[in-house]
Design a protein around this ligand. Structure first.
Ligand code: AMP
Ligand code: MG
Length: 487
């Protein structure tokens, strides 16, 4: 078996990374391999090559031409700047060019300490590895830009956290691992020439057409802001709470990065927080647009020397781009919510309808995911699903009547409309109360429930008989769900 890896970051960005190697593992065992995504990447694996694959995906026995590295980065964590962070438990093996020409990083997460581990063990426990695999693949299936999961491999070693857990390594695939924090690292430690170098590399890697812009760095700021506005609107449209939107966890590619304490909301409440360390709700569901705005202001700051180096006048343009973020986000949010509600683009006073919806959902503690599917059922003449979600059958009757008026005003048949709504409103998401038992079973040696759940969320929009329990919210009186950083 051969996986062709190159490394443009290694070859072009000499001096900005640290060579590192994976720690040997006792008993490599493939927990899961993403054959479909592997095929997309051009990696063909025969069943009898799984042992070799497992060893390789623990970073062992790599060919001489592979140069694993760990990347440094800085970042604002909960608003406070750390000038020196980095891949403390991740190894960038290299890049793979898919048959369609797209370039991806192949990174091992949990493969042992690196020069940036700051005393950490560099390892990952099986539960969080499988959690990231599941949630990232669910996000991909929903069409949300995200890093992907190619494989999860057990190490056969024990990882000490709250107790001893079996260890594992995730193979994470990203269009790059360049973070806002990577730019902050360059800006904090080196001069403007280095920021320009990183910016040029990023442009070459992601948006080569921007190299032709009058000020490529400004054009990149514009692009990254646009992608973040779209991403956060997408997250919120599926009830996703990232949980730790520190600048080091923001990929400039616009992909969702770092699935530590993230989770999906069941019953709607704008201030929902799952992360055990987010005690002030900085990264609550409803704050994500403001935090994205703040993060993009930090990105602009880091890029400013590069922007200025091309044209001092463009500093004002950069400020204007940052100031325009709330309006730009709102435009993405409006269009996403219109799609979710089956409304035509550009309908009059849709905004009030959307804003009032969130007040209603919160007041009646409605399951966010189920609500949009129930609305589509209403268009098919079945009101029972909506009634079941509400404390009293007519609790949302005035809002639903307004929505009907909007729907009727643009003349598309209700049945067609219901289908287009179902195509953007997932029915199956990785719900917290369903993930947890699947992870516990996996750590105890039974991958069955995890595999079953993966298969369910990989097809999030298509209702299938027998899967009803996967679409149900958790018990209303359950203890608050808590998530943790780190794998
Ligand atoms: P994260 O929570 O994934 O955003 O990680 C924050 C920082 O801590 C990153 O720089 C990680 O590389 C580092 N880190 C997290 N867990 C470990 C660990 N077990 N060993 C070493 N570094 C870690
Ligand atoms: Mg991180």
């Amino acid at each position: 078996m051969y996986i062709g890896l190159t490394s443009t970051f290694h070859d072009l960005m000499e001096g900005y990374f640290a060579p590192a190697n994976a720690t040997a593992a006792r008993l490599p065992k493939l927990l899961n391999f993403n054959y479909k995504f592997g095929e997309f990447l051009g990696i063909a694996v025969a069943k009898n090559e799984e042992r070799e694959l497992a060893t390789m995906l623990l970073g062992q026995g790599l060919s001489q031409s592979v140069n694993p590295i760990a990347l440094p980065y800085a970042g604002h964590q909960f608003g406070h700047f750390s000038p020196q962070l980095g891949d403390g438990r991740a190894l960038l093996l290299g890049e793979i060019v898919a048959p369609d020409g797209a370039r991806f990083d192949i990174q091992l997460k949990g493969s042992g300490p690196t020069p940036f581990s700051r005393g950490g063990d560099g390892k990952a426990a099986m539960g969080p590895v499988l959690r990231e695999y599941l949630v990232s693949e669910a996000m991909a299936a929903m069409g949300v830009p995200t890093t992907r999961s190619l494989a999860a491999v057990a190490t056969g070693d024990v990882v000490q956290r709250d107790r001893a857990h079996p260890g594992a390594v995730l193979t994470r695939v990203a269009s790059s691992h360049i973070r806002v924090g990577t730019f902050q690292f360059f800006a904090a430690h080196f001069g403007v020439d280095h920021v320009v170098k990183l910016s040029n590399y990023t442009i070459w890697r992601h948006w080569p057409e921007l190299a032709e812009a009058p000020n490529p760095h400004l054009a990149m700021l514009d692009r990254v802001i646009g992608l973040q506005c779209e991403l956060i609107a997408h997250w919120m449209g599926v009830g996703f709470i990232h949980g730790v939107m520190n600048t080091d966890n923001v990929a400039v590619s616009g992909e969702t990065l770092d699935y530590g304490p993230c989770a999906f909301m069941d019953r709607f409440a704008a201030n929902t927080v799952f992360s055990s360390i987010d005690t002030h709700g900085r990264y609550a569901y409803g704050r994500q647009p403001q935090i994205m705005h703040w993060n993009m202001a930090r990105f602009a700051e880091a890029l400013l020397p590069a922007i200025h180096s091309v044209s001092p006048d463009d500093v004002e343009a950069a400020k204007a781009l940052v100031d325009a973020i709330p309006a730009r986000f709102r435009a993405h949010w409006d269009s996403r919510m219109r799609a979710k509600l089956g409304l035509a683009e550009g309908g009059a006073d849709d905004r009030a309808l959307v804003d009032d919806l969130f007040a209603e959902l919160e007041m009646h503690s409605v399951d966010f995911t189920s609500f949009f599917r129930a609305l589509a059922m209403l268009l098919r003449g079945d009101g029972a699903r909506l009634e079941q979600l509400l404390p009293t059958p007519d609790a949302m009757a005035p809002w639903v009547a307004r929505w009907w008026e909007h729907i009727e005003s643009d003349g598309v048949s209700p049945l067609v409309r219901a289908d287009t709504m179902d195509a953007v409103n997932p029915l199956y998401i990785p719900r917290n109360h369903i993930i947890e038992p699947a992870l516990e079973a996996a750590e105890a040696g039974d991958m069955g429930p995890w595999r079953e759940l993966l298969a369910v969320v990989q097809q999030p929009f298509v209702e299938r008989p027998g899967l009803e329990r996967f679409a149900e919210p958790g018990a209303i009186d359950a203890a608050p769900y808590r998530t943790f950083c780190g794998t």
